[in-house]
Write a protein that binds this ligand. Structure first.
Ligand SMILES: *[C@@H]1O[C@H](CO)[C@@H](O)[C@H](O)[C@H]1NC(C)=O
Ligand SMILES: *[C@@H]1O[C@H](CO)[C@@H](O)[C@H](O)[C@H]1NC(C)=O
Ligand SMILES: *[C@@H]1O[C@H](CO)[C@@H](O)[C@H](O)[C@H]1NC(C)=O
Ligand SMILES: *[C@@H]1O[C@H](CO)[C@@H](O)[C@H](O)[C@H]1NC(C)=O
Length: 417
């Protein structure tokens, strides 16, 4: 990529020289005209642009946009090649999500665009995004699906500026990318449960049973918060396991534990408790800055005829329609809980120090996209026969999360002006 950029730059220099010769008589005139335009533009912007650079829409258009529910809609077909990057133009696609490289043959699933029922969702504009987030730190807090979102955003942004790989731990759980020109940092802070959690180990092997501490957050993410401007927080998939929930030294509840002495709950209960503690911490964080929190809602898995270890698969090649999805499902319930807790935290934040929480509600859109997962094409030699119907192919429908992110960020910015 660097080579081709250098080559292009040389070529455009050459062209510019030619142009300059041809138009030399026009130069002084043009410059004075440009100069005047610049001065006028500066004054217009200085006086009528609110202090917030995100606000690029007129007030009327903006109001309409704010009223529109971006998250309720359907997928519409786009022309071929509508994707924002390919596996050639983005060198950082992880092997396990590079579905085409891993042998996926059908390609039409890339060419769909999310269409809110009441308005148009603008496509993500990487140049604008980088400039608007100049100098900021954006952290993704959550599990491997959260990382999947960061990887997708990274590919989209890297089409206009090459990021530096600043930090990577051995498990690829904590990661930091930096865009040197615009000084934007993308940070992955891995956490399974948001709260502190430990797997029960018997004879050196994990049991898949976890102890969660409901009064203690996972230090892996909270210790970074004071340094961060925006977080995209998400959680959910790890709560579908046997969990013992602790407060102090007492076991208070459990999920899927068959213990007659402990109240048993469904995974949504544990998720609700974890979110409540996490959001309260964010609202109470004295050492944090302005810190805006985006809550990305539950990203559904699409195993059919089984689950991951019982032969479940996901080999559809096109999206479902809005009529075909089930809004009574457990996925939707988790999404409702996330939004409820978020709204509660937002109200508390407003009355206290003014921390803001906003939703990136991807659940409905993604419920329709059983065609967007790697399925068998995730390149894992040791787990052949298991399908990945949880993560998302890149490029693919997960790229729309950044369209939504940008729209919500613009709304957030407009609230300050
Ligand atoms: C990109 O995908 C094609 C299949 O569409 C595959 O042959 C190729 O190896 C992939 N390239 C990279 C760099 O991942
Ligand atoms: C743990 O290992 C010991 C010795 O190998 C064995 O006797 C015991 O049954 C094991 N416990 C479990 C729960 O597998
Ligand atoms: C449940 O509590 C009773 C009474 O305290 C105790 O005898 C029993 O061992 C407990 N059962 C389990 C599975 O912990
Ligand atoms: C999807 O996979 C199932 C199970 O392997 C198979 O029966 C079905 O025909 C496949 N469908 C498509 C569209 O390939």
């Amino acid at each position: 990529m660097r080579f081709s950029n250098a080559h292009l730059a040389k070529k455009s220099n050459h062209n510019r020289n030619l142009q300059r010769e041809r138009w030399s008589w026009f130069g002084p005139l043009l410059w004075s005209f440009l100069g005047m335009t610049a001065i006028v533009t500066f004054f217009i912007f200085f006086f009528i642009t609110p202090r917030n650079p995100f606000l690029v829409l007129g007030p009327k258009l903006l109001k309409e946009k704010q009223r529109c529910n971006l998250f309720k809609g359907h997928w519409v077909e786009e022309a071929r090649g509508a994707g924002m990057y390919t596996n050639w133009s983005c060198p950082t696609i992880p092997e396990s999500k590079n579905c085409f490289k891993q042998g996926r043959k059908d390609m039409d699933f890339v060419n769909w665009r999310w269409k809110p029922d009441e308005c148009e969702l603008p496509r993500f504009d990487p140049t604008a995004f980088l400039h608007l987030l100049r100098g900021k730190k954006l952290a993704f807090i959550g599990d491997s699906v959260s990382r999947n979102h960061m990887e997708s955003l990274l590919c989209i942004l890297s089409q206009v500026e090459t990021p530096q790989d600043v930090y990577k731990d051995s498990d690829d759980r904590f990661r930091r990318w930096y865009f040197p020109k615009t000084e934007l940092a993308l940070i992955m802070l891995w956490t399974k449960f948001l709260v502190a959690g430990k797997e029960r180990v018997v004879n050196g092997t994990g049991t898949g049973v976890f102890d969660l501490q409901l009064d203690k957050l996972d230090d892996g993410w909270i210790r970074h918060l004071p340094d961060i401007d925006y977080v995209i927080i998400s959680s959910g998939h790890w709560f579908f396991r046997p969990l013992y929930l602790h407060e102090g030294t007492n076991i208070v509840d459990c999920v899927y534990c068959n213990d007659p002495n402990i109240t048993t709950h469904n995974p949504d209960f544990a998720l609700k408790m974890a979110l409540r503690v996490a959001f309260k911490y964010i609202n109470d964080c004295k050492s944090c800055g302005k810190l805006v929190t985006f809550v990305r809602t539950f990203s559904p898995a699409h195993f059919e005829d089984g689950i991951w270890n019982t032969g479940g698969y996901c080999n559809r090649t096109s999206p479902l329609s809005a009529k075909e999805i089930d809004l009574e499902s457990f996925d939707w319930k988790l999404r409702d809980i996330q939004l409820e807790e978020m709204e509660k935290a937002n109200r508390e934040g407003e009355t206290m120090i003014g921390r803001r929480f906003m939703a990136i509600d991807v659940t409905m859109a993604m419920m329709m996209r059983g065609d967007g997962h790697p399925g068998e094409f995730w390149g894992n030699k040791w787990m052949r026969g298991y399908n990945d119907c949880v993560h998302w192919c890149m490029p693919g429908p997960i790229d729309a999360w950044s369209d939504l992110l940008m729209a919500v960020m613009r709304k957030e910015a407009a609230m300050d002006s």
